[in-house]
Write a protein that binds this ligand. Structure first.
Ligand code: NAP
Ligand code: ZN
Length: 346
């Protein structure tokens, strides 16, 4: 099946309209008619070559929401007409300890990413900036009807990437949590941490978005450009989630942790960060990373968001405005997630 899509032809090049081939619907596959695809900063890192060479052309998009158009003979989980989602992974081995433990994203044989990955049949995966996608039913999520579909799309990456560490490191009543960077991931982290009952502080470059941050659920908001922020908040937080797409002064942020506190890095900048181990030793502090989340946890997150009425704050754009949206994300001018209306590709 040949479908319309938007692709980056080469590293750092603007995206252009194109067509791509989708595989036939296998017995365990679902064909999804895509409605919305979020624009994640990871899409931009990928097409800009920040993370190394890629198999161009690349159709980005791993925050996919749409409607099931066809199912294979063996599919019981989803039916034609269901509203479904696809996140950052479309396959994994299913047998290794990590897959068996629900951490398919850490599959020992390598998870298959939604785009720029090698699918089980040897072809290159292509993402959600397109009209249709065919995905193994086990990697397709149910999107609750009460969620607005455009606002639900970013949950498939920004939502799960922040929900997973917030849950794992116990964000909840009595816990002081700081979110660094109020972009796509950051604003989801604020909403989710607030819904989990934690005391939430935003650490943003400036106070420009303070009003929004407080409205989204933050209890406090500080500018990291103000050096007194780091004196005032020293030793305060149990958990810090760093969502920044660029390098930060890790040691300054580690100083904001209480004894035994943890800074979890989900931001994935191109360059290595510098760590002075004294920042960990003094205070028995922890520094960790976390990558998206497994399929079962992603479904749990979607259901949690439905119960709490949580969606992303989105600016919906037609496909031909993707390149402009990329520029605005790079300029930290996003409030708070661009979502492509993929029906404009028809
Ligand atoms: P985003 O919407 O661009 O948000 C990043 C935010 O970081 C910006 O809005 C800005 O917030 C802050 N920021 C940007 N440049 C900065 C700088 N030079 N110094 C300080 N702060 C800066 O990006 P996103 O989509 O949320 O993604 C964030 C990062 O997470 C990316 O690196 C992405 O690849 C990564 N990611 C990781 C995973 C994972 O599984 N670990 C999953 C998805 C994305 P303020 O204006 O509030 O300061
Ligand atoms: Zn993403």
């Amino acid at each position: 099946m040949r479908v319309n899509a938007y692709a980056a032809p080469a590293a750092g090049q603007p995206l252009v309209p194109t067509t791509i081939e989708r595989r036939d619907v296998g017995s365990h596959d679902v064909l999804i008619e895509i409605q919305y695809a979020g624009i994640c900063h990871s899409d931009i890192h990928t097409v800009n070559g920040d993370w190394g060479p890629q198999p161009f052309p690349v159709v980005p998009g791993h925050e996919i929401v749409g409607i099931v158009a066809e199912v294979g003979a063996d599919v019981t989980r989803h039916q034609v007409g269901d509203r479904v989602g696809v996140g950052c992974l479309v396959n994994s081995c299913g047998d290794c300890t990590n897959c068996q433990g629900g951490d398919e994203q850490y599959c020992a044989k390598g998870m298959v990413p939604t785009y720029a990955g090698v699918d089980r049949d040897g072809t290159t995966t292509q993402g959600g900036y397109s009209t249709h996608v065919v995905v193994d039913a086990d990697y397709v999520l149910s999107v609750p009807q009460s969620l607005d579909p455009a606002a639900a799309a970013p949950l498939l990456c920004a939502g799960i990437t922040t929900y997973a560490p917030l849950r794992r490191w116990g964000a909840g009543p009595g816990k002081k949590v700081a979110i660094v960077g109020l972009g796509g991931l950051g604003h989801m982290a604020v909403k989710i941490a607030h819904a989990l009952g934690a005391e939430v502080t935003v650490l943003s470059q400036s106070l420009k978005k303070q009003e929004d941050g407080l409205r989204l659920g933050a209890d406090a908001y500080h500018a990291t450009s103000d050096p007194t922020t780091f004196e005032q908040l020293a030793g305060r937080f149990d958990l810090i989630i760093n969502t920044v797409s660029a390098g930060i002064d890790l040691n300054a942020y580690l100083g904001l942790l209480a004894v035994d506190g943890t800074l979890v890095n989900v931001g994935a900048p191109a360059e290595p960060l510098s760590l002075n181990v004294m920042s960990l030793i003094g205070g028995r502090r922890n520094f960790a990373g976390s990558m998206i989340g497994g399929i079962a946890l992603t479904q749990e997150m979607l259901d949690f968001c439905a119960v709490h009425g949580i969606g992303s704050e989105v600016e919906v754009v037609p496909a031909d405005r993707v390149n402009q949206a990329y520029e605005r994300v790079l300029a930290s001018d996003v409030r708070y997630r661009f979502v492509v209306d993929t029906t404009t590709l028809n």
